[in-house]
Design a protein. Structure first.
Length: 334
């Protein structure tokens, strides 16, 4: 196995809790260096994991590596993408990949597909993989509707809200781009949608920041068995508790699952869950967060070694960015 040297930009919570523990235990990888705009944070995390923390005031001072993790706010990634596109280095970015479809399109045009990824690791959940298979194979007939609602009462992302409170790196970021991009990506990934049309939208704003979003979207799923448009009923909130569930309505059944990695997939009447049937399948996927990060990294790094586009290529997430941007800018009832 080709040994890959990995550099990390960003020493925040997601790096500490997920990326570093996974990468430190992944065969064929070496953490070459760790950088953060707060040097003391990189020093502390580096000592905890035995990783070299570095200082760099310019990108051309960064040591060479094979792969870089950009676990930074999306607003400051452009300079890194511009630097590494001139090198053989591959990049995995934390979500969201970009805030506009134009910026996303520009970036994916500057890298081979296997060298640029976006961290929508929920694609590796066992439940996600099973739901996607059910849809793709038409096991319960054509898909007609998706309902997905996520969120809880919270002042931030629930993971690492520090950047959300920073006037330069997150003051204009709301629930849709931060938490909502994950569930938007789930709906598009599971349904196999090719395009969309926003039918209605309602938002609750806190100044320039959205705290709750509800939308009705028409998805073009014409490539699916019996393919046609699919109704997406979508909601995400930091103001109140949602049911944190995805429901798929087919011609012959209703299928649903929670949004946690350990969630099971059920068939039946969601109003009578005790009578539901649990769907079992040989699909191999993650049932914990760290397993999902492991599968994400394994797929991406194997793709780097083989010159193969991974499941989380940035190119595959373009429609997610496009829909998030459209919902963020669409005329809405406030």
């Amino acid at each position: 196995m080709q040994e890959l040297r990995i550099g990390i930009v960003g020493a925040g919570e997601v790096t500490r809790r997920a990326h570093l523990p996974v990468l430190m235990n992944m065969p064929g990888t070496t953490i070459a260096w760790l950088l953060d705009y707060k040097p003391e944070r990189a020093d502390s995390l580096g000592r905890a994991f035995g990783v070299t923390a570095i200082r760099a005031t310019r990108n051309d001072e960064l040591p060479p590596c094979d792969v870089v993790l950009l676990a930074t706010p999306v607003e400051v990634r452009g300079e890194y993408l511009g630097h590494f596109r001139l090198t053989p280095t591959a990049i995995l970015c934390e979500k969201p990949f970009a805030l506009t479809a134009a910026a996303h399109t520009k970036a994916i045009g500057e890298f081979p597909p296997h060298r640029l990824g976006c961290g929508y690791m929920r694609r590796y959940y066992r439940s996600t993989m099973l739901l996607r298979r059910i849809v793709a194979e038409g096991l319960f007939g054509p898909l007609s509707a998706i309902s997905i609602h996520e969120g809880n009462r919270s002042k931030g992302s629930g993971v690492d809200s520090s950047f959300l409170d920073d006037r330069y790196t997150g003051a204009a970021r709301g629930v849709l781009a931060d938490l909502g991009s994950h569930s938007i990506d789930l709906a598009l990934h599971i349904s196999g949608a090719q395009s969309f049309r926003v039918k209605s939208l309602a938002r609750v704003m806190d100044g320039s920041v959205d705290r709750k979003v509800d939308a009705s979207v028409d998805l073009d799923c014409s490539t699916l068995p019996g393919g046609h448009s699919v109704d997406l009923n979508y909601g995400v909130s930091w103001l109140d508790r949602q049911d944190n569930c995805i429901r798929l309505t087919f011609e012959h059944a209703t299928v649903w699952s929670g949004l946690a990695p350990s969630s099971e997939v059920y068939v039946g009447d969601p109003k009578r869950p005790d009578d539901a049937i649990t769907v079992k399948s040989p699909v191999i996927g993650a049932s914990t967060f760290n397993q999902a990060f492991y599968l994400e990294w394994k797929d991406f790094l194997d793709g780097v070694r083989q010159g193969r586009e991974s499941l989380v290529s940035a190119r595959s997430a373009l429609l997610t960015t496009t829909l998030v941007e459209e919902l963020s800018s669409h005329d809405a009832a406030t």
